[in-house]
Ligand binder design. Structure first.
Ligand code: AMP
Ligand code: GLY
Length: 423
């Protein structure tokens, strides 16, 4: 079966690497891909939102399955685009339809969904430019820190957590009236601050059945000790040591099951990955957010631990027969460390030559922001490489990744040296 993966980051390189381990994977395409996918698959020079271009590529290359990596094309309705097209409607698309992708596309929609289905989350209210003064009054009723969230997609930058009430009011006005995040902040959700430790939970669903993938923990801040600006993710660990069997049972009963039932009751067609951002408050899981795709860099530690034939799992999503499959999980720990361009997540330089990847052994190097330029692998993004290793525990796995990173170099390379510090 010929397969297309949409996206071009570490997540997509990892999915490609995994799919190629299946005897049932035919020709594999990635759009647009990176230098890593260029080595193992065929990159197509297409934007992730270029639906017409994607259609042409699918028909020309006899592609029968499309895995959508990032949220943007899902929120734009790529799955619906396939279903509504006579020539594309029988192709398996992994990723929810637009109505369900709104769980990531609108924070207010996600909060309403959780409220309707009794899923534990922070208390909230939402406001527009017309109700900005009510929003300020609402802030007065809350305790600091104040959590303000732009309703729409804002590339991971739309959440502000502020200690000072006047600053919170000022930011609220800038978001709603000053359009700080453009259209994404036409609406703002204000919510209660939850104090605890975060983890990421991933569920694979065919719309009827589901399988819960291994939990992971992502390190979001640029600086050691979880300080500094938020990034797309600086590394990840799976399994999560503090997620005991008992805690995972609570997640399954209180969150995953009502979420799956909620999809049915609210008529949200979902075939794909549900990424539930969780926080452990005391001993209880609560939902911070839904995403409608795999996480990055969580994919780089979750996929290596799942031993199943992923072509078969994805086919089962198409035929809604996921109940006929059981996950086979590698009990070892997997860790990934992200090497980023100096300056990231603010301005950084691109086009730096990367050396040493070939001398790494004992780890797998997944490419994120890389590109082949005149036969050399160069940096082309903020997050450049994710170095994944397995070990008997996360410490052993981390030390292998750190050893591998010593061999890799590009000008301005930076990575966090303290992953797992909080475990
Ligand atoms: P989100 O884009 O919703 O994942 O928010 C980004 C980050 O902000 C999360 O990963 C949390 O670290 C933090 N955050 C969001 N909502 C809350 C909340 N209600 N309480 C505490 N931290 C939060
Ligand atoms: N690692 C967080 C995300 O993919 O959004």
């Amino acid at each position: 079966m010929n397969i297309l993966i949409i996206g071009g980051g570490g997540r997509e390189h990892t999915i490609a690497w995994k799919l190629l381990q299946s005897p049932n994977c035919g020709k594999l395409f990635v759009a647009p891909g990176n230098a890593g996918t260029h080595e193992i698959a065929v990159n197509l020079e297409l934007g992730v939102n270029d639906f017409d271009g994607i259609k042409e590529a699918v028909l020309n290359n006899e592609i029968q399955m499309v895995i959508v990596g990032p949220e943007d094309p899902l929120v734009q309705g790529i799955h619906d685009f396939f279903l509504e097209d006579e020539q594309l409607k029988n192709i398996i698309v992994v990723g929810p339809q637009k109505a369900a992708a709104t769980l990531e596309g609108s924070k207010e929609f996600a909060k309403e969904f959780m409220k309707a289905h009794n899923i534990p989350t922070a208390k909230y209210d939402s406001f527009t430019s017309e109700t900005v003064e009510e929003g300020c009054n609402f802030l007065e009723t809350m305790k600091p820190p104040y959590v303000l969230k732009a309703d729409g997609l804002a590339a991971g930058k739309g959440v502000l957590i502020l200690e000072d009430i006047d600053e919170a009011k000022d930011e609220l006005r800038q978001m709603l009236v000053g359009q700080k995040f453009g259209a994404a902040s036409q609406k703002v959700v204000i919510e209660e601050f939850l104090d605890g430790i975060e983890l990421s939970c991933f569920v694979l669903t065919d719309g009827k059945n589901h399988l819960t993938l291994p939990m992971a923990k992502d390190y979001k801040r640029i600086g050691e000790g979880d300080t500094g600006l938020n990034t797309g993710g600086m590394g990840a660990i799976s399994p999560v040591p503090f997620a005991s069997d008992e805690f995972i049972k609570k997640i399954e009963e209180r969150i995953i099951k009502p979420t799956m039932d909620g999809f049915q009751k609210s008529n949200l067609p979902f075939k794909g990955f549900v990424f539930i951002g969780l926080i452990k408050v005391g001993n209880d899981p609560m939902v911070i957010e839904y995403n409608v795709r795999m996480g990055d860099p969580e994919t780089e530690v979750v996929f290596p631990r799942v031993k199943n034939d992923w072509v078969e799992l994805f086919k089962a999503i198409g035929s809604q027969t996921l109940d006929q499959h059981e996950l086979e999980i590698d009990p070892r720990s997997a860790t990934t460390i992200m090497a980023v361009s100096g300056g990231y997540p603010e301005a950084y330089q691109k086009g730096k030559t990367i050396t040493g990847i070939d001398s790494v052994d004992g780890s797998v190097v997944f490419h994120a922001g890389t590109k082949v330029v005149s036969k050399e692998v160069k940096t082309s993004g903020g997050r450049v490489l994710a170095v994944t290793s397995c070990g008997k525990d996360h410490k052993e796995a981390l030390s292998k990744s750190y050893e591998s990173l010593e061999k890799i170099d590009f000008e301005g390379m930076y990575y966090r040296k303290d992953l797992g510090f909080d475990l």
